[in-house]
Design a protein. Structure first.
Length: 458
C-alpha cells in the first residue's frame, strides 16, 4: 500500500482541519481493487475491474460534522479538503494541538487476488458440475467477485491503524425445468479472505444445496395464511435479527429518537432466555473488523443480555453524545462516505431447546427455512419478509412443503413473542450486503431455531 504522505504531512493536514475550532478530526485513506468475473450459459460473459483511490477528511464539532473527500492525495489537495471539512466551525482563535501519530502495524491478506484465468477455470468447473448433478439444470449463472481494500487511518487523538481487508464472494444461480415448469434457485458464500476458500469441496456443497433447494420448489405450494406460530430455522432466518431488530439498535436512530428502543436501555424487552450479540471478531466473517473505520478495535457487543437491553451500537459521535465508549460499529463503504453506526455479525445466542422439541410444540404453524428479501420500517419496526422455502407444521410434524409466502410482523413484538430458543446457533455466510444512508457494507447474521408464537403469514 503506497500512500504518498508522511506522518508529518498527515499531522499538518489534521492541524489544518482543526484550525477553525473543530473538536476532532480524522483522515481515512483508501486504495481498493475490485474485480469480478461472471459465467452465464456456459460462457464467461462479463468481467469488471474497479479501482478506488482517495481520502476522506472528517471534522466533528458537537453534533455537527464536516466531510470532504479527494482522489488527489497530494499535500495541496489534502490541505484544501481539510480546510473545507473544517469550515463547519467558524469561531476564530480556538486551536487544538495534534499529538504525534502512532499507527499500528500493517496486516496482510493470506493470498493475492485470483488471476482472471484462474477465476474462469473455477466458473467453468461450476457450470460443468451443476449439469452433472441434475440433468434438469438448463441454465447456470456464477460469479466470483474479489475486493482488496487497503486502508490507513489517522486521527487527532493521536491513534491510527493500517489494514488490508480482502473479501471474496461466490454466487451461483441455477434454472431447472421439470415437466413443463421452471424454477430458479441460488446460493452464495462471502468471507473476508482470499479465494482460497473456494475449494472443490465448497463448490460441491454449494451446488448440492442450490440444486436440492430448487428441486424442492416443484413440490412446494402456497397455503392459506393468517396469524400462526412460526418456527424460524437456524441460519438464514437470522435476517430477523438484522432487519427487524438490529437496525433499531444502531445508536444514530437512538440519538434522534427514531428507534422504538429509544429510552429502554436497562429495561426488559423480551424473554430471559434471549441474548443477542453484534460481533466483529468472528474469523473471516463478512462483518469481522480488526478495527472499525474510525480506528476502534474490533470487539463483541452484547445488545440484549437475558432479555435486558444492555447496549446500543455506537460510532464515535453517538458514543460521545451518550458518554460511553464506541462499540466499534463506525463503518463506511469507502473514502467517499462518512462513517455511521452499522452492524457487523448480528446473532441470537443458542438456548437449550432442541429443534425437534420446538417443532413438536406447535399444533399448526409453519417452519420457515430460507428467505430472499424483506422490508422494514426502522422507527416502528414493522417488517415483511419473503419466505422462499419452508414446511407446514401439523400436530408437531413437518408435513406439506411450502414456498413463496410473506411473513409479516413487528420486530420488537416478534422478539417478545419468542418463547423457545434452540441449541443450534448457525451463522449464515451467504453474500450479505447491508444498505443504509446510501452506503453498502458486508454483514452476516445468525440464529438458532426459535419459536415465534405468532406472526402473520400471507
Amino acid at each position: 500500500m503506497a500512500f504518498p504522505l508522511t506522518d508529518e504531512q498527515l499531522h499538518s493536514i489534521l492541524s489544518t482541519a482543526l484550525s477553525k475550532g473543530g473538536e476532532y478530526a480524522d483522515i481515512f485513506l483508501e486504495d481498493t481493487r475490485i474485480s469480478s468475473l461472471e459465467l452465464q450459459d456456459g460462457t464467461v460473459s462479463q468481467a469488471q475491474q474497479v479501482m478506488l483511490y482517495g481520502a476522506g477528511i472528517r471534522v466533528v464539532q458537537g453534533t455537527q460534522t464536516g466531510y470532504a473527500y479527494t482522489m488527489d492525495l497530494s499535500p495541496q489537495a489534502m490541505l484544501q479538503a481539510a480546510r473545507f471539512a473544517g469550515s463547519i466551525q467558524q469561531h476564530a482563535g480556538l486551536s487544538c494541538e495534534v499529538p504525534v501519530l502512532t499507527p499500528t502495524p500493517l496486516l496482510t491478506a493470506e493470498t493475492p487476488m485470483l488471476e482472471p484465468d484462474a477465476s474462469k477455470d473455477i466458473l467453468l468447473s461450476i457450470n460443468k458440475r451443476a449439469h452433472e448433478i441434475s440433468p434438469l439444470v438448463v441454465r447456470v449463472k456464477a460469479t466470483i467477485a474479489q475486493r482488496m481494500q487497503n486502508l490507513k487511518f489517522v486521527c487527532s487523538e493521536g491513534t491510527g491503524f493500517s489494514d488490508n481487508r480482502p473479501r471474496t464472494t461466490l454466487f451461483i444461480s441455477i434454472v431447472i425445468q421439470k415437466e413443463g415448469k421452471t424454477q430458479m434457485g441460488f446460493g452464495s458464500r462471502m468471507y473476508q479472505r482470499g479465494a482460497e476458500f473456494i475449494t472443490p469441496e465448497l463448490i460441491e456443497e454449494l451446488l448440492q444445496e442450490t440444486v436440492q433447494q430448487t428441486l424442492f420448489l416443484f413440490d412446494a405450494r402456497q397455503i392459506e395464511g393468517g396469524e400462526m406460530p412460526v418456527v424460524m430455522a437456524a441460519g438464514s432466518s437470522g435476517i430477523l435479527m438484522h432487519e427487524a431488530i438490529g437496525h433499531a439498535f444502531e445508536a444514530d436512530f437512538i440519538r434522534t429518537g427514531e428507534s422504538i428502543f429509544t429510552g429502554k436501555l436497562g429495561q426488559r424487552i423480551c424473554n430471559p432466555n434471549i441474548t443477542i450479540v453484534d460481533d466483529g471478531t468472528l474469523p473471516y466473517d463478512a462483518g469481522m473488523l480488526r478495527y472499525d473505520d474510525e480506528g476502534t478495535t474490533g470487539q463483541k457487543t452484547t445488545l440484549v443480555e437475558k432479555g435486558i437491553l444492555a447496549s446500543f451500537l455506537h460510532d464515535r459521535i453517538s458514543a460521545r453524545h451518550f458518554g460511553v465508549s464506541s462499540t466499534g460499529n463506525g463503518r463506511r463503504e469507502s473514502f467517499r462516505h462518512m462513517p455511521l453506526p452499522r452492524m457487523r455479525s448480528t446473532y441470537m445466542c443458542a438456548g437449550d431447546a432442541t429443534e425437534e422439541d420446538i417443532i413438536r410444540s406447535v399444533k399448526r404453524g409453519i417452519y420457515a427455512q430460507t428467505f430472499t428479501n424483506g422490508q422494514v420500517q426502522i422507527g416502528a419496526g414493522d417488517f415483511t419478509f419473503f419466505m422462499k422455502k419452508g414446511y407446514l407444521i401439523e400436530d408437531g410434524h413437518l408435513t406439506t412443503p411450502i414456498r413463496d409466502m410473506n411473513i409479516i410482523g413487528n420486530g420488537p413484538q416478534a422478539l417478545q413473542h419468542i418463547s423457545m430458543v434452540g441449541n443450534n446457533l448457525k451463522i449464515d455466510h451467504s453474500a450479505g450486503m447491508c444498505g443504509k444512508g446510501g452506503q453498502r457494507v458486508g454483514v452476516s447474521q445468525g440464529l438458532p431455531t426459535v419459536l415465534v408464537d405468532k406472526l402473520v403469514v400471507g
